[in-house]
Design a protein around this ligand. Structure first.
Ligand code: CDV
Length: 333
């Protein structure tokens, strides 16, 4: 018997700095309604889906950026998403900036900021929360850059690891679902930690500029052609899905936002690493696929049967070391 779930990536076109949350949420509800008409059971929205990608904007006082963050979920502004989910019987994944008042590792409670994603069941219950681990960019204003990328200024490194939940979704009794956010998709370690929990569906949102701004500052970085930006994004998701025998939904924000171009190209990928649906616009766009989760079985019982073939004793460097250490120069006898 097949285990089919109809999934959607709900790509969002640009959200300008001035667009109010209520208008964005309204766009998202429209996408959920279209998803429902197409029989979708789970919708994946992008990273920081409720606002412009604000880490491109510098605030000297970090507290001035607080208006980009959510203090509760749901909130009066996001409640229509939860209401639409329960009215339409659809689960959803949402990326947003989170302010949490929580103790840190030292046990001291303070105001903390994370780049967060949640998975919400059709009944409105939050099933799973993830906080972005791999924060790209920089913490201080960089005058050499055309566009800032201040994720390291506005967010703490996520403290929830890479969790997976097994829960009912759509007509399925149980499916193993995990999340990552944007830059995480480029790190095979993130995929494998999810893979080691038997993940069958990885959901991720992204905001990726068409131009590599780090390279654009000419700080010694080489040129990267714009078409390679899409290639590397897809390569990462397709490889991660294949090597962990999982479906993946990667949903973009797209188009020209506050004068900065985001490349879009949202995709749904099967456990063979094939793209089964791809967005073609830079607007709000819904792409869907009927995904048979029995397709996860082939990889995980053959080439990627972890129990039989993994050799963790040979992987120690992955956890013991952070940066690369070259071997000493070979000296011929
Ligand atoms: N939002 C992101 O994490 N964006 C990064 C960019 C900066 C390279 C990404 O990996 O797509």
């Amino acid at each position: 018997m097949s285990r089919i779930l109809t999934l959607a990536a709900a790509q969002l076109g640009p959200i300008q700095k001035t667009e109010p949350r209520a208008s964005v949420v309204d766009r998202m509800v429209r996408l959920m309604e279209r998803a429902h008409q197409r029989g979708v059971e789970l919708v994946v929205f992008p990273e920081l889906a409720l606002t412009t990608f604000f880490p491109r904007h510098y605030h000297e006082d970090i507290a001035e950026a607080d208006h980009w963050f959510e203090r509760s979920m749901p909130s009066p502004e996001t409640a229509p998403l939860f209401a639409a989910a329960s009215r339409l019987g659809i689960g959803f994944h949402l990326g947003y900036a989170e302010i949490a008042h929580e103790p840190d590792v030292a046990g001291i409670a303070w105001k903390r900021r994370f780049n967060t994603a949640i998975l919400v069941a059709p009944c409105g219950q939050i099933l799973l929360k993830y906080r972005k681990v791999h924060l790209p960019g920089h913490a201080e204003f960089d005058p050499a850059r055309h566009v800032q990328h201040l994720e390291k200024r506005y967010f703490e490194v996520g403290d929830l690891g890479f969790p997976v939940i097994r829960a009912p979704m759509g007509k399925l009794d149980g499916i193993n679902m995990g999340m990552m956010i944007c830059n995480d998709r480029r790190w095979p370690e993130a995929w494998r930690v999810l893979g080691l929990q038997g993940v069958e569906l990885v959901m991720l949102g992204y905001n990726t500029p068409t131009t590599n701004q780090d390279a654009a500052t000419q700080t010694g970085a080489a040129f990267e052609a714009p078409h390679l930006r899409v290639f590397h994004s897809h390569l990462s998701v397709q490889a991660g899905a294949y090597q962990n025998a999982t479906f993946a939904v990667a949903t973009a924000k797209a188009g020209i936002e506050d004068g900065c171009e985001l490349f879009g190209h949202s995709i749904i990928v099967n456990p063979q690493g094939e793209i089964v649906a791809q967005a073609t616009s830079r607007e709000d766009e819904l792409i869907t696929a009927d995904c048979d989760f029995d397709q996860c079985r082939l990889g995980r019982t053959t080439i990627f049967d972890f129990e039989r073939h993994r050799r963790p004793e040979a992987y120690r460097r992955i956890v013991d070391q952070i940066g690369a250490i070259s071997p000493p120069v070979f000296i011929p006898r």
